[in-house]
Design a protein around this ligand. Sequence first.
Ligand SMILES: NC(=O)c1ccc[n+]([C@@H]2O[C@H](COP(=O)([O-])OP(=O)(O)OC[C@H]3O[C@@H](n4cnc5c(N)ncnc54)[C@H](OP(=O)(O)O)[C@@H]3O)[C@@H](O)[C@H]2O)c1
Length: 262
Amino acid sequence: MAAGQDVDGPFVGLVAVVTGASRGIGAGMAGHFARQGIRVGLCARSAPVAPDGADALVAAVDVTDPAAVDGFAGEVAGRFGRIDLWVNNAGVLGPIGPLAEADPSALGAHVAINVLGVVHGTASFARHVRSRPGGGTLVNLSSGAATTPYRGWAVYCASKAAVQMLTEVVGLEEQASDLAAYAVAPGVVDTDMQALIRATPESAFPDVARFHRLSDEDAFVTPEWVAESILVGCVDRATRLRPAPGRGSVAFRVPDPPGRPG
Ligand SMILES: NC(=O)c1ccc[n+]([C@@H]2O[C@H](COP(=O)([O-])OP(=O)(O)OC[C@H]3O[C@@H](n4cnc5c(N)ncnc54)[C@H](OP(=O)(O)O)[C@@H]3O)[C@@H](O)[C@H]2O)c1
């Protein structure tokens, strides 16, 4: 059966944008959403391939370019009528290694993608949600690195901590338009990013052995499991997590799949 055809369920007909959908978590998420009958707007610097049978709009968009991100939001809303869910997934890990040895231009490029890229997507979506009734769901991909320090990942840890705080602030700012905001740490997913981690020498990333062990134990979650956890935890109004009183967002880690030994 083609993605989304003859599907029943609470998500049929919703519209989701996923940034960084050309590979890894974003590509897997796009496929899972489409199989639930969700119409998808997908972007990355290299235009993503639409999942089989999906009602999809794909484009090459660099999230560091606010006009390009806003233009893409407009195209998706124009094609599908609205956007219900926006997932800022695009991200990079490097430069890896002690901050004292990092190339300043590489640090700037990282912040432009991981922080400003999320800022631009969040701002575009917040404006869209303000423009029509019915609220919306913002999901920004965070990481355990937002709260656990890893030597060699100073700028990545800092960028993911920034993502968590900007999600919280925007959640507070946009309560009147019923924007539900989430910072989601996906767990460990075996993508190009994980391959890069395992290929890093211990001299640059002292905790690399932990990631080799996770790989040896096949302790990964799939992008599809991440996507399903987002639908249940952030989108479905019957099951989604709600911010604590006075808070603007929910930050959570994707749970382990049922049946996984602890
Ligand atoms: N994998 C994990 O275990 C893990 C754990 C915690 C958090 N995360 C987070 O999850 C997200 C996805 O990670 P992943 O593992 O799937 O990474 P990945 O396999 O390296 O994919 C990253 C995606 O981001 C896109 N991207 C990078 N720079 C971009 C830019 N300037 N503009 C638009 N798109 C851009 C890439 O496409 P192009 O190169 O074509 O632009 C690609 O589609 C990231 O935010 C990451 O920090 C991952």
